[in-house]
Write a protein that binds this ligand. Structure first.
Ligand code: ADP
Length: 259
């Protein structure tokens, strides 16, 4: 569905990305993890058509991305700047649907449906500033869901919420993916990348390039307590942690003591 070929990007003479190659299939939930400044957001902005890569090309369903694609939504970390304070929560969620046409009543009904999916039906008539940070981020996710994008990009979406809310939002993403969307989630949180992902792409230090592409062998049904206790989870987080920290060997625990 998404093909990234030999993508590199420069900001003036600073190389942020180098030779990134990736293929992402329809319906996958892919985590992109890497140290701060390695180019994760740049890669996401290139995919969103917000930044034109200096090298290589990105195509969605066989069509090169040269502008913001129609069937794509982005959830950013900074929810406080992504919602309009003068619109109610329902109208914030309904706003992008104007691009798709349809009656105002239909757009509002779709917005209420999406708010229900994120557990915020009761907040439809409130204003964003009347909600907590975690609730505002759920509104941003509802806005993306209402739009029913083929591809959902999330850039550190839970970076500004407390730990408990973060776990709730991770579980929310796992629920919404059942709607068949393809999701790319950028995070610097190693545990999160493994917990939500079908696949973890590790970008190395700047200039960012793919240092590993790992399949997550965890059961599809995940739970914050039991999944994180599974040996496969513990193994993967150690492997991803090592790769992010830059000592590129893959993890092989081997026998505990060898003589
Ligand atoms: P990450 O998301 O992994 O933290 P970014 O993609 O935000 O990394 O940034 C990668 C590198 O590019 C960093 O060194 C950052 O300072 C630089 N950079 C990002 N955006 C810009 C910009 N608009 N202009 C110049 N440099 C930028």
């Amino acid at each position: 569905m998404l093909l990234i070929e030999k993508v590199g990007h420069y900001y003036s003479d600073h190389m942020a990305l180098e030779d990134v190659n990736l293929e992402i299939a329809q319906g996958e939930l892919v985590s992109i993890v890497g140290p701060s400044g390695c180019g994760k957001s740049t890669l996401l902005r290139c995919i969103a058509g917000l930044v034109r890569p200096s090298q290589g090309q990105i195509s969605l369903n066989g069509k090169e991305i040269t502008d913001v694609p129609d069937n794509l939504a982005v959830v950013f970390q900074d929810y406080s700047r992504s919602l309009l304070p003068w619109l109610t929560v329902r109208d914030n969620v309904a706003l992008p649907l104007r691009r798709r046409g349809g009656s105002k009543a239909a757009r509002r009904a779709a917005a209420v449906d999406a708010l229900e999916a994120v557990g915020l039906a009761n907040a439809a008539h409130k204003y964003p500033w009347q909600l907590s940070g975690g609730m505002q981020q759920r509104v941003s996710i509802a806005r993306a869901l209402a739009y029913q994008p083929a591809l959902l990009l999330m850039d550190e979406p839970f970076g500004s919420v407390d730990a408990q809310t973060r776990e709730d939002l991770e579980d929310l993403v796992l629920r919404v993916r059942k709607r068949g969307m393809t999701i790319l989630l950028v995070t610097h949180d190693i545990d999160e990348s493994v917990y939500v992902g079908d696949r973890v792409i590790v970008l190395g230090r700047a200039p960012g390039r793919v240092v590993a592409d790992l399949a997550v062998g965890l059961p599809t049904a995940r739970d914050q307590i039991t999944t994180r206790e599974l040996p496969e989870f513990v193994h993967m987080r150690a492997e991803v942690g090592r790769l992010v920290r830059g000592n590129g060997q893959t993890f092989n625990p081997g026998p505990p003591f060898s003589s």
